[in-house]
Ligand binder design. Sequence first.
Ligand code: DGY
Length: 323
Amino acid sequence: MIKPKVVVTRRWPEAVEAALVEDFDVTFNQQDRALTSDELKDAVRSADAVLPTVTDRIDARVLDNGKPRTRILANYGVGYSHIDIDSAKSHGIAVTNTPDVLSECTADLTLTLMLMAARRASEGEREVRNGDWSGWRPTHLLGSKVSNKTLGIIGFGRIGQEVAKRAHHGFGMRVLVYNRSPIAADVLARTGAEPVASIDELLPQADFVSLHCPGGAANKHLINCRRLDLMKQSAFLINTARGEVVDERALVHALTFETIAGAGLDVFNGEPDILPELRGCENAVLLPHLGSATRETREAMGYRVVQNLKDFFEGRPPRDLVA
Ligand code: DGY
């Protein structure tokens, strides 16, 4: 039987690449750099499936490109705001993602950012590495307590729920949640969360605000200047969702003038380029999009893509169909 032709846009963990070649005729991106728009066009023209990830902008220009051979975009990652879903649909191209398997690790990293920002861990590490630490003293790098504070979560899907569980059951936090659709009572009970009716109601009450909503046009600059002003001066903003959800210029202003206490960011607008002013904010913890970056999770994400592809090419509906 002829194996479907598949293009993988970045290198994957070795074990999953090996699993892919068993069932598919695979082209890997040996250099492991982000593909250009023209290279993505070629991939869509020449392969039965393209396996993109967050660094690939699959927009109408890439897809409106003669008759694409590609029948499925099997995304490696849960977020898919880098794929123009309407355009994919108009070409009859299916789109899948990789939910569930990364929720725990992304939640762990959210807690990492909360703790690092509140406890000034990056500032402390810079001090030690630079040889600037002059020794213990009672007033040195005083941060904010995390335990028993109030966490506000915006977007209560699987990752938001994992964050709530950790914060509530691990750190004794009060957890307020805002979600566009109603949250089932058993989910609230399991996570120890209390729903609020609006983002504007959540912000003034929270000591930490953590974003877990999808990116894309609908949520662009959901956190803007006005909403940053609603946050407590002692509060921290945490973003492990997508860069575009936050107006970064407004955030730089809030961090510089200390209208909020700090931020923990794992995602950025236009990453890997970061606003120079943001890099200059001592009260921001900045990580290079590490949410799902554990060996276990990155392998599980790859196996989930392989399963979606097998289902698709063997005539079954893929489990993680988003379009
Ligand atoms: C995800 O899975 O959405 C990660 O952010 C990587 O794209």
